[in-house]
Design a protein around this ligand. Structure first.
Ligand code: 5GP
Ligand code: ZN
Length: 132
């Protein structure tokens, strides 16, 4: 199947992956709306909310709880939104949960409106992987 996210799971396309277990991986969005914009995806291909099974959904949400803690600790974010698109608003047809952190700085509340405030995902990845 010609699916970008399956290729990321298989390592055929590189990604800034910073969290993984037997069912899911989490990596930084290539075109982030904010610093630390993360996608959690199942390793197995499911299209959307209709397609995915409850066990995998549970695993994704359990992982979101862990990833929330990592983003808070490493990036110092003040809040975050979890978003999952389906149908006409879903660009990549492999189920994924977006996690979008927000920061205390006024402009960073909606970084997407201030792209100059968004850092290179490589720098965010380095922060997430640092031992500090
Ligand atoms: P959707 O609209 O399907 O919920 O969002 C898909 C997301 O995947 C977008 O935010 C887009 O930037 C991201 N994306 C698309 N292709 C790639 C890729 O090759 N690598 C990564 N890391 N993110 C991607
Ligand atoms: Zn896929």
């Amino acid at each position: 199947m010609d699916c970008i996210f399956c290729k990321i799971v298989n390592g055929e396309i590189p990604s800034y992956k910073f969290y993984e277990n037997d069912k899911i991986i989490a990596f930084l969005d290539i075109n982030p709306d904010c610093d630390g914009h993360t996608l959690i995806i199942p390793k197995k291909h499911f299209t959307d909310l209709d397609d995915i099974d409850i066990d995998t959904l549970k695993c994704i949400n359990e992982s979101a709880k862990e990833i929330k803690k990592i983003l808070e600790k490493k990036l110092g974010c003040a809040g975050m939104s979890l978003i999952q698109n389906n149908g006409s608003v879903q660009e990549i047809k492999h189920y994924h949960l977006h996690i979008k952190p927000y920061y205390k700085n006024k402009k960073s509340i909606e970084m997407i409106k201030y792209p100059e405030f968004i850092n290179d995902p490589k720098d965010i990845y380095d922060k997430l992987k640092s031992s500090k």
